[in-house]
Write a new protein. Structure first.
Length: 94
């Protein structure tokens, strides 16, 4: 099997799942924080919170696309693991 395709198959679902999880956590916890800031204006807070969640999805989709477009060719299994580790660590720890 082509190691580039295997790398994509491992990276894309992992990053997509992580992006969705982070967006949902921020959406749920951010609502309570925003309600205090905007004097319990629930319709306004929900609208802004939904826009922020969609923005988070779009930003992360853009990051995933840029990373996949600049992917180096992978020829060995250790090289694939190193590349995946670097790419995942970059998003997790920055």
């Amino acid at each position: 099997m082509n190691l580039n395709l295997l790398s994509y198959a491992l990276f894309f679902p992992a990053m997509t799942g992580l992006a969705v999880y982070v967006a949902q956590v921020c959406h749920n916890h951010g609502r309570l924080w925003m309600l205090r800031i905007f004097d319990n204006e629930a319709p306004f807070v929900d609208a802004v919170n939904n826009v922020l969640r969609v923005g988070c999805y779009v930003l992360n989709a853009g990051y995933i696309t840029v990373v996949l477009s600049t992917w180096e060719p992978v020829t060995t299994f250790p090289q694939m693991l190193a590349l995946l580790s670097r790419r995942v660590a970059l998003i997790l720890f920055t």
